[in-house]
Design a protein around this ligand. Sequence first.
Ligand code: HEM
Length: 540
Amino acid sequence: MELELESFTLCTLMQLFTNIPFGSTLCLSLAIIIITLVILTTFSSSLFLRWPKIITFFCSCETCQAYLTSGWSKTFDNLCDWYAHLLRNSPTKTIHIHVLRNTITANPDNVEYMLKTRFHNFPKGKTFSTILGDFLGRGIFNVDGESWSFQKKMASLELSKNSIRSFAFEVVKFEIKDRLIPLLVLSKQNDCVLDLQDVFKRFSFDSICRFSFGLDPMCLELSLPISEFAMSFDLASKLSAERAMSVSPLIWKIKRFLNVGSEKKLRKAIKMIDILAREVIRQRRKMGFSSISPHKDDLLSRFMRTITDDTYLKDIIVSFLLAGRDTVASALTSFFWLLAKHPEVESQILLEAEQVIGSDYNKDLTSYEELQQLHYLQAAANESMRLYPPIQFDSKFCLEDDVLPDGTFVKRGTRVTYHPYAMGRLEEIWGSDCFEFRPERWLKEGLFCPQNPFKYPVFQAGIRVCLGKEMALLELKSVALSLLRRFHIELAAPPPHHHHHSTPRFSPGLTATFSCGLRVKVREQGTQQRQHTTQPLHHS
Ligand code: HEM
């Protein structure tokens, strides 16, 4: 047991010092303080009382060792690929990472049980909200119980209005026409390499600000460029996710207490985000409730009429920014990456659009209803997120001991994660061609057929299902259509000192992000693109 405790302490210290430059005197003194803290904690009586909990931090099983030593990275490009491999090979499609006290499942019955049948036994939980608390505060993404019910009710009232679809359609249309297309035209004229992931982040940020807050971020009176805030957002998301990956919360809590390393960076990033969110509130008040939105009741004004606490409002804004910005940008990035690799799918999308909208490539969609007629496009967007879900995994905490439908026992206070990325790669759900990008699997006689949401929980499912699914699909389909009809987008070579990879490499974060961005060259849409060889699609 002593040895095990030693390895825990060492491992903790090793993790503690990542990001802190060794050699400096500051680090040496910090090391002494931290070692003293760890020793003190180790021998404190409260820790002896929690002894059985500590023991679970040590595990010599192959999976836990591969996790602790990052041994998986010798064979797999991404942690999610390793988990997908383990889950595929598990007879129940459920695995345990003991050192994380984490049950991970790709079993649709278990997913339905967690997200619907026993929803109340699988909340986000205190541990999760503490990890994300500094970043997300009491925003909808990070709370359970009454605060969640209240925010969900308010948001649902707004998002379920009939007029919201055409409003969303107009917002997205404006962003594409006035911001996105001019940027790509410029890139084409200059023949430069463009990072589409970055472009999509800006596009989705602007769209969500207009849609949810009735504000154009360009109107914000900020002393810093908006890109600084975007960078802070990325950093806060990445560093908060890293907290969840540490073996013990003690590690990041000590770092936060000492304000060192990644925790120092996180604090700085959160400060920046606070400035942005508070400016959104200030502007919204200044403009009154008659903004660019024709709806007096955009999401933010609805919340502002009921809540007077600016910190709470700020948290709500940050959650909506996170919900609407990173996820959509992530979905667009992988969609365009897949389309660049599958010209046959691109051709089918163009063919269908020609049949519905007409052959004038400068003519855009006229309405939300017209967009709904594009079944192949809908299938391609869903297929893209099957293989590359923007939220690759999502964790809940088990309140009381429970048994999942596949017989897995889940101990109270431990984490249970469902894994859409792995589920998209299961033969049992998608058949033997599950690794292929094949939109046709979603079509029956040319019409889009949705999958059972517990088999495809890309937007989560059950009681806490995503509230912005329609908005997200609207953005995805409109951007794909507008860009593909005007431009031919080619993948560019990776940046210097980076290898060429045939599959994406993801950076750690709350949403899937390509670690090297999506570097492309924008060309004129060539005539060869329009000479479709495929058969016309049949819609009844
Ligand atoms: C492709 C894009 C998107 C994907 C894949 C996605 C996925 C998800 C997922 C997996 C959750 C559950 C998160 C959790 O509880 O841990 C969620 C929740 C949520 N999403 Fe989305 N989302 C997308 C876009 C959007 C957009 C554009 C909006 C806003 C208009 C939005 C608003 C929300 C909100 C408010 C919640 C919280 C729901 C609740 O807790 O009751 N999402 N989304």
